[in-house]
Structure formats: C-alpha cells, structure tokens
Design a protein around this ligand. Structure first.
Ligand code: CMP
Length: 139
C-alpha cells in the first residue's frame, strides 16, 4: 500500500461536488487516511505550485487556488500515485477519459476540480504540506 495527496479544488468545492468526488474515489478503491478543509493563502499556493512558477498560467493558477476553500486528503491504495492519476484523468477535461473525476466534474483546464501528486517523491512532499505525521497514525 502507498499514499498520495489529492486536493479537491475551489471550483469543485464551491459547486458542492466535494462529496461526490470523495465518493467516486472511494468507489475506485482508495481509502481516505486524512481529510481536511482549508483555504490556501497566496504564499502557500505559490509554494505548492512552485514548479510552475515560469508558466504563463502561474498567476492565474495561484489566484484560482486561493479563491476559496479546498479539501485536501491523503489516499491509500496499491500504487496510489499512478492509480489516482488514472482515476482523475487528463488535465484538460475535454481530453479526460470517460468516468474520470475531471471528465465528470471539471469545468476547464485550469478549473479542473482536482489535483493529484505526480510521483511518490512529490506525494511525500505534498502530504507534508497539508498534514503532520500524527494525522496519519490513527489507522
Ligand atoms: P494540477 O494537476 O493541479 O497541476 C497544475 C495545474 O495548473 C493544473 O492542474 C491546472 O489547474 C493548471 N494548468 C495546467 N495547465 C494549464 C493551462 N494551460 N492553462 C491554465 N491552467 C493550467
């Protein structure tokens, strides 16, 4: 079993899709190990998405990610990172496979409902961004 981080983004939280997305991920076989609502400030969003700092969409992405609450969660499964990437679908919902989270719930390439870690190394870093080790000890 391994862990990954998912974030239900402000578009999906604002349109009350959080529960449906969590239910979808549980149906896909993920176990929720930790879950909390929070709102990122500008510094946190810039740091979280630091790898995209030079991209033309960076400022817009930071504005979007700070525009409202998000639901951050740690998910557990065999091969959690690649399985969650598969379950959420392509960045652009127009290109996402049927029945993926983004095909079902995303609005656009930026307002795309969910984030998922892209490697085990980044999953560990991103989990640490939202949760402490003690949050994960209970199960
Ligand atoms: P995410 O998987 O969280 O990783 C980076 C985010 O940047 C991505 O989802 C989108 O929300 C956003 N993003 C990626 N590419 C673009 C783009 N071309 N235009 C606008 N936003 C983008």
């Amino acid at each position: 079993m391994s862990l990954t981080l998912a974030i239900v983004k402000p578009d999906a939280v604002a349109s009350k899709k959080t529960g449906a997305i969590v239910a979808h991920l549980e149906r896909e076989g993920f176990t929720i190990r930790a879950l909390r609502m929070t709102r990122l400030n500008r510094g946190q969003a810039e740091s979280f998405y630091g790898v995209h700092r030079e991209r033309p969409f960076f400022q817009s992405l930071v504005s979007f990610m700070t525009s409202g609450p998000v639901a951050a969660m740690v998910l557990e499964a065999d091969d959690a990172v690649p399985r969650l990437r598969e379950a959420i679908g392509a960045t652009d919902p127009a290109e996402a496979a049927p029945d993926t989270v983004r095909a079902l719930f995303a609005e656009s390439k930026e307002r795309n409902a969910i984030h998922a870690s892209d490697s085990d190394e980044n999953a560990e870093i991103e989990i640490g961004f939202f949760f402490s080790t003690s949050d994960l000890l209970a199960l």
